[in-house]
Ligand binder design. Structure first.
Ligand code: ADP
Ligand code: MG
Length: 202
């Protein structure tokens, strides 16, 4: 169960992602377990988990990162979107196979729909993009997976994950990972990651 301790407002170093991040994952968006939207109101784009075999030391848990969708298949507001994701078994649902479930958030320049717990929280929702090739750069780890006493407790923890991810990505050292155009002032290694992120075979 989740320990009853306050959550960290940000995670990972202020100086930017440090080894082993960024970690690259990609794949077409596939059907998941069908509960993200329906039961929780939190859509999660699932991609095949087989690439995880390349990272045997990667812990299960919740992460933040940046995502690009193949623009020839899906036109998003910005070419690169902030994301919060879970890698693992979702103990609340006792899944037996590992999954990668990615919740795309609005651009950091837009207001956050998950900013407060007052009133019913509505998570970001886009038109469906099943089948669309997706690239993901994992930039930091947020927390381990927990089981929960209730669905409400799970949803509230995911709401806080979204805010932790946003605040973590809003730090200056992370800005180049969300820069929509190639920015000459960004470090060359980050620009290389962004070129990979936004490259799709046509
Ligand atoms: P599934 O179990 O098939 O993954 P979900 O209820 O988790 O179903 O919904 C996921 C689908 O919803 C994604 O594959 C995508 O097409 C769509 N979607 C809409 N908005 C979002 C969002 N903000 N983040 C991720 N996926 C979204
Ligand atoms: Mg899903």
């Amino acid at each position: 169960m989740r320990p009853d301790t306050p959550r960290d407002p940000v995670t990972g170093p202020d100086s930017g992602p440090s080894s082993p991040y960024p970690i690259r994952l990609s794949g077409p968006v596939i059907k998941g377990f069908g509960r993200g939207s329906k039961e929780l109101g939190i859509p999660t784009a699932n991609i095949p988990a087989d690439e995880l075999a390349k990272y045997p030391d990667l812990s299960v848990g919740v992460y933040y990162g940046v995502v690009a969708l193949d623009p020839s298949r899906f036109a998003s507001q910005e070419p690169i979107l902030p994301a919060v994701l879970s890698i693992g078994y979702n103990p609340f649902y006792k899944n037996e196979t590992k999954s990668i479930e990615i919740h795309l958030m609005p651009p950091l320049s837009s207001p956050s729909p998950t900013a407060t717990a007052d009133g019913p929280v509505t998570f970001h929702k886009l038109p469906d993009f099943y089948g669309t090739p997706l690239n993901l750069l994992l930039l930091g780890y947020i927390r381990p997976e927990f089981d929960y006493v209730s669905l409400e407790a799970l949803v509230e923890d995911i709401r806080v994950d979204c805010e932790v991810a946003r605040r973590s990505l809003q730090r200056p050292a992370y800005a180049c990972y969300l820069a929509s155009k190639e920015d000459e002032t960004c470090p060359e290694d980050v620009r290389g990651q962004i070129r990979w992120l936004t490259r799709f075979e046509s």
